[in-house]
Design a protein around this ligand. Structure first.
Ligand code: SF4
Length: 477
């Protein structure tokens, strides 16, 4: 195939976007592009955008302003914009920024090669149509040149879209209605990933545990090829080579007995759940249209702890939602302590266009929101450190991700509880140090606010044959 040049993708936002960028990279390999190290080198630059907060959207406009020079520096360069802002603003980006060649929505990844062809003929195109059929999942298998940026780990889309319409959230507008992939397609992709050496899969969906729910409710699962989420986990657990299964993000409303049982009974389902809370106040949860109250949320936490006593629970919280009083905020702090969150992503509320909450008039003033955010993050720092301290002395399995930011030859990885573990350099250095994608057994020796520090256990690196799952022969990545 003739070389089409090089590409670089800048990705903002959630794991779904990271995964979409991977899919796009694979597609571009299939059309003859190779990956550039950075945008300075690239012939094609794609920005995969996020619109969850206005800050992310402003980031895009600022990036695009600066990229005019990049485009003019070398004739024959192309600039594309995809993702959630593109879905929302569509052709508006083309009118505002004349150096942008194409714009594609969250359902239109597979049209990028055709858009590039048009751009070569001087036609600027935008395509942000919502595609409600399963066709949008039809993307080619991994190209031989495709290199995962996360060796040993992979994302796996099980459903897309969201029908929940929380009052603050723009996602149902940018990602469209819920659609679940047939289970057989998911299982086939998981088998392919295992063959390529992937040991940890993270199942992705905007409300991932709502997988298949519309078909179940209407008695047409068989025809649609879907099933309940707990059952899907059971099938994935049987795939040789997949040692760790994670999923993100679940919605508390769809936590059922089968899912709790999957945590208790399936070896590969990791002891970690990211369970978005958003607020600990019943009044605010109602205004947010979250469809659960604090009691139900805490009940799920208890059920998970009963099933897996060591489970690590992380969450998302919004402070300063319209009408949030000091008492509402204190309810959130109180719930955080009761749930003993191991970590949380916390944000100040920012109104998003076309959402119900954007019309609420009782906005919290920015100074109060900032103060609440700092207080909440302070509480979280204490909870995280307490969790880390409680873990010192444990022997755990870590999936190596690469060099640690701490330098000094240290490596970075994640344990099964999804905690960041920094592995001290061995002294004397090992003749076969672990590589990205390897599972190693380590001793946790120290706790810091952000990570756990570990030493390699005297036990050697865990090969497939001797790892705790023991499901397959060693695979090198
Ligand atoms: S469940 Fe709510 S917060 Fe999550 S994606 Fe859907 S609308 Fe947004």
């Amino acid at each position: 195939m003739t070389s089409q040049g090089t590409f670089y993708i800048r990705t903002y936002g959630c794991q779904m976007n990271v995964h979409d960028s991977d899919k796009l990279a694979n597609l571009l390999h299939h059309t003859g592009f190779s990956r550039a190290e950075d945008d300075a080198e690239a012939d094609l630059l794609v920005i995969n955008t996020c619109s969850i907060r206005d800050k992310a959207e402003n980031q895009l406009y600022s990036d695009l302003g600066k990229l005019r020079e990049w485009k003019e520096e070398r004739p024959g360069r192309f600039l594309g914009v995809g993702g959630c802002v593109a879905q929302q603003v569509g052709d508006g980006i083309l009118s505002r920024f004349s150096h942008v060649d194409f714009v594609f929505g969250t359902h239109n990844l597979r049209w990028v090669p055709a858009m590039l062809d048009s751009a070569r003929q001087g036609q600027r195109r935008g395509d942000t149509k919502e595609i409600r059929s399963l066709d949008r999942f039809d993307l080619p298998q991994k190209h031989t040149l495709f290199e995962s940026v996360t060796p040993g780990r992979a994302f796996l889309t099980v459903m897309e879209g969201c029908d929940m319409f929380c009052s603050f959230c723009i996602v149902p507008r940018t990602r469209g209605r819920e659609i679940s992939r047939p289970a057989e397609a998911i299982l086939a992709e998981a088998r392919e990933l295992a063959q390529r050496g992937v040991r940890e899969v993270t199942l992705l969906g905007q409300t991932v545990n709502a997988y298949g729910r519309h078909d179940l409710g209407r008695g047409r699962s068989q025809q649609a090829g879907t099933m309940a989420f707990g059952e899907l986990l059971r099938h994935l657990d049987e795939i040789p080579g997949i040692d760790r299964i994670r999923y993100t993000s679940p919605h508390p409303l769809f936590f059922d007995e089968a899912l709790i049982e999957a945590h208790a009974g399936l070896e590969s389902v990791c002891p970690h759940v990211h369970l978005p809370l958003q607020s600990g106040s019943d009044l605010i949860l109602k205004k947010m249209r979250r469809r659960y109250g604090r009691d139900r949320y805490l009940e799920i936490v208890d059920e998970l702890r009963e099933a897996v006593p060591s489970i690590a629970i992380t969450t998302d919280v919004i402070v300063g939602f319209p009408g949030e009083s000091e008492a509402d905020f204190e309810d959130t702090l109180d719930l955080m302590k009761q749930a003993e969150f191991v970590d949380s992503f916390s944000f100040k509320y920012s109104p998003r266009p076309e959402t119900a909450a954007a019309d609420l008039t009782d906005q919290v003033d920015p100074k109060t929101s900032q103060d609440r955010l700092e207080r909440l993050q302070n509480v979280q720092r204490g909870l995280t450190l307490a969790h880390h301290r409680s873990r010192v002395g444990e022997k755990v399995e870590v999936l190596i991700e690469g060099p640690s930011r701490r330098g000094g030859g240290q490596l970075r990885g994640r344990d099964r509880h999804h905690r960041l573990v920094n592995l001290l350099a061995e002294d004397p250095p090992s003749p076969s140090p672990p590589r990205s994608g390897d599972l190693v057994e380590v001793d946790l020796v120290e706790a810091t606010p952000h990570s756990l520090i570990a030493k390699r256990s005297s036990a050697q690196q865990l090969s497939r044959a001797e790892n705790p799952r023991g499901k397959a022969e060693p695979l090198r990545i």
